[in-house]
Write a protein of this length. Structure first.
Length: 348
């Protein structure tokens, strides 16, 4: 956990993971141990159509364990991360109706691996999201660690990809980022990263090793949540703060493989008001964006889906002169490192 320059608290954790209650190889205790060793503040467990992991929900030392589930329709398609509902909903619900029902129940819903593809793994079909006519989802999983890893797996590269799985990650697809940007010109929709951790055993010649052990997952793609106040120790209050922050798009996500992002900060000031990620700032003629990060990177500022400015360094201070939904992306060595959710400038 750290604090931004404006005093906001940042908690770091991982979303989207599976235990033995569905198709993961580890117990809840295994996930907790790996998360503690990775120095996470929270994890969100999402077994398929199963909430039994709630027996371990709560505070484990300094780690908050939150339990939702991964929903699918009657055809096992259209996967959706469901948080903050009392029970598992029926798979008879159509994918188009599911987001509205989750919202009606007061839950949070995130589309999982929306454009998943498989080119070389016939035994593991893709599960893309096809119900884009739905309008009440709260977020989109823009970067899924297992989906990206498997998408580019071939019989020629499988040896090094199994031994060094984190090196294969490049970043969210530009097509999906653009779709997210366009949707955010209409209403706020959160973008998150998901590890999709299963720790599947994989046969590599005479050896059987887990692909992405849980701790490797947890040290790679992380979702950072921005809170106004210090994170509550009480588990129920922490869950409420976490869910409200996701609903409000007060989120950024990163690949810690390319460097720790601890200390990242972003603020925007205009017309006497100040905001940060997920915020809305009124401005008359101009506003000022300030951001800093711990090591040199290529930065790109995007407004309403279109790149606005690009540069190199460890900080930036830029005047912004038009209304719109802005986000900041950082790259290292041509690979995605950190992606913020949008902040908005609106005419005063």
């Amino acid at each position: 956990m750290w604090r931004m320059d404006g005093g906001e608290h940042v908690v770091s954790g991982c979303l989207h993971m599976h235990t033995q209650y569905s198709d993961g190889s580890g117990t809840l205790s295994d996930l907790v141990k790996a998360a503690v060793e990775a120095n996470l503040d929270y994890i969100v467990i999402t077994d398929h159509m199963d909430l039994r992991a709630r027996e371990g929900q709560g505070l484990h030392g300094d780690l908050q364990v939150v339990v939702g589930y991964e929903h699918h329709d009657a055809h096992s398609q259209n996967h959706y991360l469901v948080l903050d509902t009392e029970s598992v909903l029926s798979d008879d619900l159509s994918a188009e109706a599911l987001p509205g029902e989750v919202r009606r129940l007061g839950g949070v819903g995130i589309i999982a691996h929306p454009e998943e593809r498989r080119r070389h793994m016939d035994n593991l079909p893709p599960y893309p999201w096809t119900a884009w006519a739905a309008t009440e989802f709260d977020g989109i999983e823009l970067w899924n660690q297992m989906s990206e890893w498997t998408e580019h797996l071939t019989r020629f590269n499988r040896f090094w990809r199994v031994w060094s799985p984190r090196k294969a990650l490049r970043g969210p697809s530009e097509r999906l980022l653009y779709l997210w940007d366009v949707l955010n010109t209409r209403r706020p929709i959160a973008g998150v990263a998901g590890v999709d951790a299963h720790a599947h055993p994989y046969r590599l010649g005479p050896l059987t090793i887990p692909i992405f052990p849980y701790k490797v997952h947890f040290r790679t793609l992380q979702t950072h949540v921005v809170l106004d106040d210090a994170p509550p120790a009480d588990p129920a209050r922490f869950r409420w703060a976490l869910f409200e922050a996701i609903r409000s798009c007060r989120v950024f996500f990163s690949s810690e493989r390319w460097g720790a992002t601890t200390g990242f900060s972003l603020s925007v000031e205009g017309n006497g008001a100040r905001g940060s990620i997920g915020g809305e700032v009124p401005f008359a003629r101009s506003a000022t964006l300030r951001a800093r990060w711990p090591s040199s990177a290529t930065w790109e500022l995007v407004c309403n889906g279109f790149p606005l400015r690009r540069g190199e360094g460890v900080r930036l201070e830029l005047p912004l002169e038009r209304a719109g939904a802005y986000r900041l992306a950082l790259y290292r060595g041509g690979r995605g490192w950190l992606f913020t959710n949008h902040f908005r400038l609106v005419d005063a």
